[in-house]
Write a protein that binds this ligand. Structure first.
Ligand SMILES: [Zn+2]
Length: 233
């Protein structure tokens, strides 16, 4: 195989390996994103439940207060029936009127509270459904990632030795430089030359480099340092 063809093949394998490795890394990130959504939905559900409990407690407290007030009112009515003076009668009458007014306000408040309790109950139902949906999403994406993973792993395991095999096109003298380039740029350690220009940095080859490239010599870009090759025609 001509050097250029060998380098092109090596570059293609590097790019394939990179794509596979990126896909392998994407999987856990996708799962994490769904898990974050689930955690948020769960927190919203818990919050809705807590609000509902608080509102119920408030309604119970107010109902209890109303019962106490009604007992007090009954007591005042008894006292009214037994009032011995006009003055006592008037005072009790005034108290009863004020207490009745207070109870009426309290009754309205209790109705409002109960309405809120019902609304919050609906919210809990909605929030619960969203939690279930989010759980489902996590389960689905986890399954998807797991099923894709074995295939990707298999491809990665085949590509590693294939890259090593393709690297034999590089003469021993250049291996160290090549390794440094791979360390720095990964799959982009190599660059294809098109129309006498390095496609990695868009800098033209010197006439000397053009000659060397055509003669099958290994050359590195004077600008970006990448190992260059010309594309198969
Ligand atoms: Zn370059």
């Amino acid at each position: 195989m001509a050097v250029s063809n060998g380098l092109q093949f090596l570059h293609e394998l590097h790019l394939k390996l990179k794509a596979v490795e990126e896909e392998l890394e994407t999987g856990p990130r996708l799962i994490k994103a769904r898990e974050n959504v689930l955690a948020k939905r769960q927190a919203e559900f818990d919050q809705a439940k807590a609000k509902h409990t608080d509102q119920r407690k408030l309604a119970d407290q107010k109902s209890l207060q109303l019962k106490t007030n009604e007992a007090k009112l009954a007591d005042l009515n008894t006292k009214l029936n037994m009032a011995s003076t006009n003055r006592e009668f008037d005072i009790l009458k005034g108290q009863i009127a004020a207490d009745k007014m207070a109870n009426s306000v309290l009754e309205d408040e209790i109705l409002d509270c109960m309405e809120q309790v019902d609304k919050l109950k609906n919210k809990i139902t909605e929030a619960e459904k969203l939690v279930a949906d989010a759980k489902d999403d996590v389960r689905k994406i986890t399954e998807q990632v797991a099923s894709a993973r074995s295939g990707l792993k298999e491809r990665s395991e085949k590509l590693h030795p294939a890259v090593a095999e393709a690297e034999t096109v590089i003469p021993t003298d250049y291996i160290a430089t090549y390794r440094r380039l791979v360390q720095a740029h990964g799959a982009e350690a190599l660059s294809v030359v098109e129309n006498n220009v390095c496609t990695s940095c868009n800098v033209s080859l010197s006439p000397q480099q053009g000659v060397e490239l055509r003669s099958g010599k290994l050359i590195f870009c004077i600008s970006c340092g990448r190992l260059m090759y010309s594309a198969a025609k």
